[in-house]
Design a binder for this molecule. Structure first.
Ligand code: ATP
Ligand code: FE2
Length: 323
């Protein structure tokens, strides 16, 4: 079976084609803001200008008749962006006469991670721009065991980078600076039960910069503090749930230092640490195609009249009837 998936919840516009065994095609046309962060309308404009070409290029490289299902990210995400993607998916589904499956973007990050790593029943740390959550499966649902109370860790990194005058996306730039850090400056460590927050830490880090502390040391201190928080809560979830696997997914998961801290924690408790290849970590169409395929195989599909976008779609809202 073959699935074509369209992703476009925020900055990434991407079309992927997968079979149950492998990623066959992945075409990306990311939106890069000229300055500042992501503007929902500008991103939607970018998506509407490029989606036709991207789908056209994909269909020219496969036989459209071979496609069994059209998947699209139904939410969560920026309303204007989601609507462009949903419209394109509906048109394609009607034109090719193939079923439509609307998928949850967060669950797509998670399931593509399980697929590519072989993790079976992991606790998942999902860290991206807009989201930061600890997720685990309980019966027929995924449940969120801890999450950010304000902004996602990726947005926090992007904000800090912007304050340093660096362009979006800031995460990889903070990672590079942090490697040159020499001194650790204490920052607020904000874990509340199983939840955490990042806004106050960004403000405190900005204050250090105002006081003349080196960018490298601020980046280093910021990463050490926030990643320690994420590692602590992941470990607690694993202990509560008696899990011996941890899966890292989402754009921030590409960060080597975060991977290293989680790997060390897992080794110390005899657990296995998994992360998918970085091409599938950030937002991409292959993860949407894969979850669409999984859902379709298990009896799910989305009628056109039920395909309206869900900007606040939560992972707990999905019925999970697959292994
Ligand atoms: P979501 O809708 O799931 O929140 P998203 O739109 O934020 O997704 P992702 O591609 O999952 O998109 O994540 C993007 C984030 O990942 C950005 O904030 C970016 O700075 C961050 N990021 C990318 N690479 C790295 C890295 N090496 N280290 C830290 N952060 C990174
Ligand atoms: Fe994402």
């Amino acid at each position: 079976m073959i699935s074509l998936g369209i992703e476009g919840t925020a900055w990434s516009l991407s079309v992927g084609v997968v079979s149950g065994e492998e990623v066959i095609l992945l075409e990306n046309k990311p939106y890069v803001p000229k300055e500042g962060g992501i503007h929902p309308r500008e991103a939607a404009q970018h998506h509407s200008e490029n989606i036709g070409k991207l789908i056209g290029r994909t269909l020219s490289r496969i036989n459209p008749e071979d496609i069994d299902v059209i998947a699209f990210s139904q939410g969560p995400g920026m309303g204007p962006c989601l609507r462009i993607v949903a419209t394109a998916a509906r048109v394609l589904s009607l034109k090719l006469k193939k079923p439509l499956v609307g998928v949850n973007h967060c669950l797509a990050h998670l399931e593509v991670g399980r697929w590519k790593t072989g993790a079976r029943k992991p606790v998942t740390l999902y860290v991206s721009g807009g989201n930061s959550q600890i997720i685990a499966r309980r019966g027929e649902r995924y449940r969120v065991f801890g999450e950010t109370l304000d902004i996602g860790i990726g947005n926090a990194l992007d904000k800090l980078a912007r304050y340093m005058g660096l362009k979006h996306p800031g995460g990889p730039k903070i990672e590079a600076l942090a490697r040159e850090g020499e001194r650790y400056y204490e920052l607020p460590y904000t874990v509340k039960g199983m939840d955490f927050s990042f806004s106050g830490i960004v403000t405190a880090a900005q204050k250090l910069l105002d006081e003349g502390v080196r960018k490298e040391d601020v980046a280093f201190s910021f990463q050490e503090t926030t990643f320690a928080m994420l590692t602590e809560v992941s470990e607690r979830a694993m202990a509560y749930l008696e899990a011996d696997e941890l899966l890292l997914v989402g754009g921030v998961g590409a960060n080597r230092r975060l991977q290293e801290m989680l790997d060390t924690m897992c080794r110390e408790r005899d657990a296995k640490f998994y992360c998918p290849p970085s091409s599938l970590m950030g937002d991409n169409g292959a993860m949407i195609a894969y979850l669409g395929l999984l859902m379709y195989r298990n009896g799910h599909s989305t009628k056109i009249e039920e395909s309206t976008v869900k900007p606040d779609f939560r992972v707990e809202d999905v019925d999970v009837n697959w292994d």
